[in-house]
Write a protein that binds this ligand. Structure first.
Ligand SMILES: O=C(O)CCC(=O)C(=O)O
Length: 201
């Protein structure tokens, strides 16, 4: 039951089929062919582990990012990602100098609970998350009351916008599932801002 003092996220907007199917197909093919996919090493519970998906950090040359204990230098934009960034910037009236691409090879690939709350993203980041390929469940839970949950089914071409206090108040995750055998790609566009104590890295 929802608690009116801890409402489910008003700062989250789901736009199904934001990208028409034919455009989403073309973009997915371009990403499969052109993105330098890698297995990111992340630090969890004091150990270095392979993350359970393929990833690529892409963006402007100065968009350095640190998450899960590791530093990432951006790969240069590919033409297809740059084109969709332009389209997004116009649609949501925001700026994005970087994107984290995640490729889930099937339902065994996943993303654990976390918030996109690194200092580089600022206090109230706008994050534009575009999904391609297989539909997967995307979960949100309140940080101060994990029983308060919301769920979105993200399909081919869907856009999810997270803004305001969403990262401060919520964690999100993409759970494993035995039901999905097909690939999915997700792009989370972000704006990295300068962090004074990290200048010069
Ligand atoms: O694949 C997704 O929809 C979630 C990606 C995500 O949580 C992230 O990039 O921080």
């Amino acid at each position: 039951m929802s608690n009116p003092e801890k409402p489910l996220p008003a700062d989250v907007q789901h736009l199904p089929t934001w990208l028409p199917s034919a455009h989403a197909d073309t973009l997915m093919d371009a990403l499969l062919a052109r993105v330098p996919w890698d297995v990111h090493r992340i630090r969890m519970f004091g150990r270095w582990l392979d993350s359970p998906r393929l990833s690529c950090w892409m963006g402007d040359a100065d968009a350095h990012y640190r998450y899960s204990g590791a530093d990432f230098l951006p790969h240069p934009w590919t033409p297809a990602v740059l084109a969709v960034r332009e389209q997004l910037q116009q649609a949501v009236d925001g700026r994005f100098n970087s994107v984290l691409l995640n490729r889930y090879r099937d339902g065994r690939d996943s993303m654990g609970w976390h918030s996109d709350d690194e200092p580089e993203l600022g206090a109230t980041p706008l994050i534009a998350s575009l999904s391609l390929g297989a539909s997967r469940r995307f979960l949100l839970r309140r940080r101060d009351d994990p029983a308060q949950k919301a769920e979105y089914l993200l399909g081919h071409g869907d856009l999810l916008l997270m803004r305001g206090q969403c990262q401060r108040d919520y964690q999100h995750a993409l759970p494993k599932t035995a039901r999905v055998c097909d690939e999915r790609i997700n792009l989370t566009f972000r704006q990295i801002v300068a962090v004074p104590h990290r200048a010069g890295r």
